[in-house]
Design a protein around this ligand. Structure first.
Ligand SMILES: [Zn+2]
Length: 204
């Protein structure tokens, strides 16, 4: 379906109050907001934050998430150790929640963001709509990113009630938190309109 976008119409929309301006305007004359046809440095910042998120996911999964200190000695466990522990004890629900929140969702989000950036980079026009659906999906599950914090709190509670042990968080906890934040920022700085700019250019 033919349509005209803001760039072709030489207009710029204020993303704060939705007032439409001529492309030459720098600031919104209604609310004073800065005007940009696309978020500045959207691609550069998205690449930066996605790759940082990916880098932090490695220690988050390989280093110990929790260290259980008891009379028997220290016992350090990674995220996957936790999943396996709950699978062995028959707590399949908890094992599933930890795996989904700590392993599957973060890797899925980073993969989708990388896929979207590659669509733009290599101009894979046929994949735009599929990519946009995935972007909406990760935006939707983004609300549940902090679920993992509750899971860790739950595990700490379980272990401390059962045994005379103390738990300290391992180095993976900081890496995991950074990975979650980097991925969240990456989805925020990304501008999905960039996908459709490529479609406009392909038409002319
Ligand atoms: Zn405005």
């Amino acid at each position: 379906m033919p349509y005209v976008n803001d760039i072709e119409a030489n207009r710029v929309l204020c993303t704060h109050c939705q007032k439409l301006h001529d492309v030459s305007a720098v600031r919104c004359d209604r609310c004073g907001g800065h005007l940009h046809q696309r978020r500045p440095y959207a691609l550069l910042l998205s690449w930066g934050f996605v790759l940082s998120g990916l880098v932090f996911l490695v220690p988050a999964n390989l280093l110990p998430m929790m260290v259980v200190k008891s009379i028997a000695g220290d016992d350090a466990g990674t995220i996957m150790d936790g999943v396996i522990h709950f699978l062995h004890t028959g707590a399949y629900g908890i094992a599933f929640v930890i795996f989904a929140a700590s392993v599957f969702v973060p890797f899925f989000k980073v993969s989708v963001m990388l896929y979207l950036l590659l669509i733009i980079h290599f101009r894979w026009r046929a994949r735009i709509m599929g990519g946009l659906k995935l972007y909406r999906l990760i935006h939707f599950i983004g609300k549940w990113s902090m679920l993992d914090i509750f899971v860790v709190a739950l595990m700490v509670g379980l272990v401390q009630f059962r045994e005379l042990a103390t738990i300290v968080t391992g180095p993976a906890a900081m890496a995991f938190a950074l990975a979650v934040v980097m991925t969240m920022v990456a989805t925020e700085v990304f501008d999905p309109r960039l996908l459709f700019d490529m479609q406009q250019r392909s038409r002319t």
